[in-house]
Design a protein around this ligand. Structure first.
Ligand SMILES: C[S@@+](CC[C@H](N)C(=O)[O-])C[C@H]1O[C@@H](n2cnc3c(N)ncnc32)[C@H](O)[C@@H]1O
Ligand code: SF4
Length: 442
C-alpha cells in the first residue's frame, strides 16, 4: 500500500460539484442567476445554504471562508444584508417554493446573535414553504456555545447540530490553536440532547501536527463514546497558497500520505468497531441513521456540504462565498464582504461567477457522484470513444489491481478506495483544461 500511495500521490478535487468550483467563470453574473431563479419548477422542494463568515479566533488549520470579529455590530449588519438578499432572491423566484433542507455554515453561524438568527429564519418561513420535516442544520463550535443559546436554537426549529470537534488530543489542540477538551464537547452534546436537538454530527480531521495512529484511535474512541449520529472524518487540506495562516503549522512535522492513509484506516477500524458504517470517502453513520439508509438504498447525494440525504436539485446559497445550484448551472457569490454589501445595497445579486451546465456535464456529474458515493459506476451512458478514454485513464489502477473494469462497470476495490478522488478525475473533462490547485487526494 505504501508503494501505491507514493506512486499515486497527487491532488484532486473533492467533487462536491461537477464542474468543480475552480472551473466557474466570470461570464455568469447576477442577471443569469435571476433568470434561472425565475424558472425554478413549482412545487419541487429546494434547499437553502446560509453562510456566516465570522469566528472568534482563527484555528490554524482552517480552510473555510471566515473572518475574526469580536463585536456584534458587523454581524448584525451582515444579517441585515442577508435578509435583503433573501428577499431579493425570493422576489426573482416569484413563488413560494417548498424547502426540504436549510444548512447554516461558516465560519461559525452561532456567532450570529440569537435574535438575528431567529429573524432570518422567520423571513425564510414567510418567503418559502417550510415542511413539517424540513431539516434545519447549524454548524456549531462547542467553545462558544452556551446552554441558553442551544435551547434558543431548538426553539426556533434547529434540529441538527454539526459540531467542530477536530481532535481531542491536547498537543494537537495546542498546535492548531484550538483548545477544546473532551468534557466541553460532552457538555455541548448533553445540552443539545436536553434541548431536543437529537441529530448530532461531528467533524474530525487527521493529518495535522502531532497526530498519529495512536492519537487518532483515542480521538475516535472518545468521539464514539459521545454517540454522535454521523461523523465526517476529513484529511487535513493544507492549502497555504490560499490560507496564509496555515503556514504556521509548517513548523511542526505532519504525517506524509502513507501516514495519512494509516490514520484514515484507524478511524475506519475504530468507528466500525463502535457500530458505525462507513459511507463514501469520509463519512460514518449509525446503522439506523437516514444517511446510512440512503447509502444502502443508493439514494445518497453529494453537494457543497459533502455527503447528504438531500435530494433537491436546487440549492440556493446566501451570504458571501456561498455557492448555489439550479438545474441550469452553478453560481458563486463574491467572497468579499464589502462587495457583497455594496451589491445588495444596489439591488444586485452578489453572484460573481458560475457555470452553465450542459447535458454532457449533467451526465458526467451523475457518474462522478456515483463513484464518490458508492465506489462503482456503470459508464454505459458514455459513447464508446469516451468509454475508451476513461478506461485508458484508469489503466494504471486496473494494472495495480485497485480497480476492476467489468463490462462497462468501474468498481473500485477496497484497497483502491483511498484513490477514489483521483480515479473520479478519469470522468472529468475539465481537469485537463484548468490550472486549478486542489488539495492532497490521499
Ligand atoms: C465551518 S467549520 C465547522 C463549524 C465551526 N466553525 C467549528 O469549527 O467548530 C467546518 C469544518 O471544516 C473542517 N475544516 C476546516 N478547515 C479544514 C481543513 N483545512 N482541512 C480539512 N477540514 C477542514 C473542520 O472539520 C470544520 O469543523
Ligand atoms: S475551523 Fe471553524 S471555528 Fe475554526 S476558524 Fe475555521 S470556521 Fe472558524
Amino acid at each position: 500500500m505504501e508503494n501505491f500511495i507514493k506512486k499515486y500521490e497527487g491532488n484532486a478535487p473533492r467533487y462536491t460539484s461537477y464542474p468543480t468550483a475552480p472551473h466557474f467563470n466570470t461570464d455568469i453574473r447576477g442577471e443569469d442567476y435571476s433568470i434561472w431563479l425565475s424558472r425554478l419548477p413549482e412545487k419541487e422542494a429546494i434547499s437553502l445554504y446560509l453562510h456566516v463568515p465570522f469566528c472568534k479566533s482563527m484555528c490554524l488549520y482552517c480552510g473555510c471562508n471566515t473572518k475574526i470579529v469580536d463585536m456584534e455590530e458587523p454581524i448584525r449588519a451582515y444579517s441585515k444584508t442577508m435578509k435583503s438578499e433573501i428577499k431579493m432572491v425570493s422576489d426573482f423566484i416569484g413563488k413560494k417554493l417548498p424547502v426540504s433542507h436549510i444548512a447554516w455554515g461558516g465560519g461559525t453561524p452561532s456567532m450570529m446573535p440569537a435574535d438575528e438568527m431567529e429573524s432570518i429564519l422567520k423571513l425564510i418561513s414567510e418567503r418559502f414553504e417550510l415542511l413539517y420535516d424540513t431539516e434545519i442544520a447549524v454548524e456549531m463550535d462547542p467553545r462558544i456555545l452556551t446552554k441558553d443559546r442551544i435551547f434558543h436554537m431548538a426553539e426556533i426549529g434547529v434540529n441538527r447540530a454539526s459540531l467542530g470537534v477536530q481532535d481531542f488530543n491536547n498537543d494537537v489542540q495546542k498546535a492548531i490553536g484550538r483548545i477544546q477538551p473532551f468534557d466541553m464537547v460532552k457538555e455541548t452534546v448533553d445540552n443539545l440532547r436536553d434541548a431536543g436537538i437529537n441529530s448530532i454530527n461531528f467533524d474530525l480531521i487527521y493529518g495535522m501536527p502531532f497526530q498519529n495512529i495512536e492519537t487518532v484511535a483515542n480521538t475516535a474512541r472518545q468521539a464514539a463514546a459521545l454517540s454522535p449520529d454521523r461523523l465526517a472524518v476529513f484529511g487535513y487540506a493544507h492549502v497555504p497558497w490560499f490560507k496564509k495562516h496555515q503556514e504556521k503549522l509548517e513548523e511542526y512535522p505532519r504525517g506524509d500520505s502513507y501516514e495519512r492513509y494509516l490514520m484514515n484506516q484507524t478511524y475506519k477500524e475504530e468507528l466500525i468497531k463502535a457500530g458505525y458504517i462507513d459511507i463514501g470517502i469520509d463519512h460514518f453513520a449509525k446503522k439506523d441513521d437516514e444517511m446510512a439508509i440512503s447509502f444502502v438504498n443508493k439514494t445518497l447525494n453529494r453537494n457543497f456540504q459533502g455527503y447528504t440525504t438531500d435530494k433537491a436539485e436546487t440549492l440556493l446559497g446566501f451570504g458571501v462565498s456561498s455557492i448555489g445550484a439550479t438545474p441550469q448551472g452553478y453560481v458563486q457569490s463574491t467572497t468579499l464582504l464589502k462587495q457583497y454589501r455594496e451589491k445588495i445595497a444596489k439591488g444586485e445579486l452578489p453572484v460573481v461567477k458560475g457555470i452553465k451546465i450542459s447535458d454532457e456535464d449533467k451526465l458526467r456529474r451523475k457518474l462522478i457522484m456515483n463513484i464518490m458515493c458508492y465506489f462503482e459506476v456503470d459508464i454505459s451512458p458514455l459513447d464508446k470513444a469516451n468509454r475508451e478514454k476513461v478506461k485508458s485513464k484508469i489503466a494504471p489502477f486496473i494494472q495495480d489491481d485497485l480497480v476492476e473494469f467489468s463490462g462497462n462497470n468501474i468498481i473500485i476495490k477496497e484497497k483502491g478506495r483511498s484513490f477514489t478522488r483521483l480515479i473520479a478525475t478519469s470522468l472529468d473533462t475539465y481537469i485537463d483544461k484548468g490550472i486549478a490547485k486542489h488539495s492532497q487526494a490521499v
